[in-house]
Design a protein around this ligand. Sequence first.
Ligand code: GRF
Length: 194
Amino acid sequence: IRVAILISGGGSNMVKLVESMVGDHPARAVVVGSNDPAAAGLRRAEALGVASFAVDHRSFGRDRAAFDAALLQRLQAARPDLVCLAGFMRILTPQFVSHFAGRMLNIHPSLLPKYPGLHTHARAIAAGDTEAGATVHEVTGELDAGPVLGQARVPVLPGDDEHSLATRVLEVEHRLYPAVLRRRAEGITTPLYI
Ligand code: GRF
């Protein structure tokens, strides 16, 4: 199973995904792409022996469809069976997503359906939540709203600020995403809760 991973920054989730696809794992990472040529994750992908590319969204101005078309072309060149968004910070058009219907996953740093969108940790703390976490879901045309494939919960501790909570959530993301990917690659469709 050929897996493409899209990133926008450091790519810590991408690294964990790539490192998990070894041995008897039915999937292999075939490419890592980014909307930012300066994304540190691109260098990390190359260090892991995975081909990489960048499609700079800034060279398309406000033409989201043109960016998506360029990204689609680069992505399709790698013939992926599955696309994993991992710290990918662009909203993809429904047209783009339709090319990968049922074959695109995303990890979002909240317990969806709570807190779709940005600043999830600050919102959880502001709401006085005692739990937070991460969700892996199938990507649909609606932002952060597809079928849940896995969730991981962490406590919100007294004295947490958004950085300390983000650190705790990122750590479980690094365990959740590889586990969900392996289940998906093995055809297991029941959601995973850790
Ligand atoms: C992090 O905020 C993570 O919670 C979210 O994307 C951001 C960057 O992650 N999934 P990564 O280190 O680039 O994977």
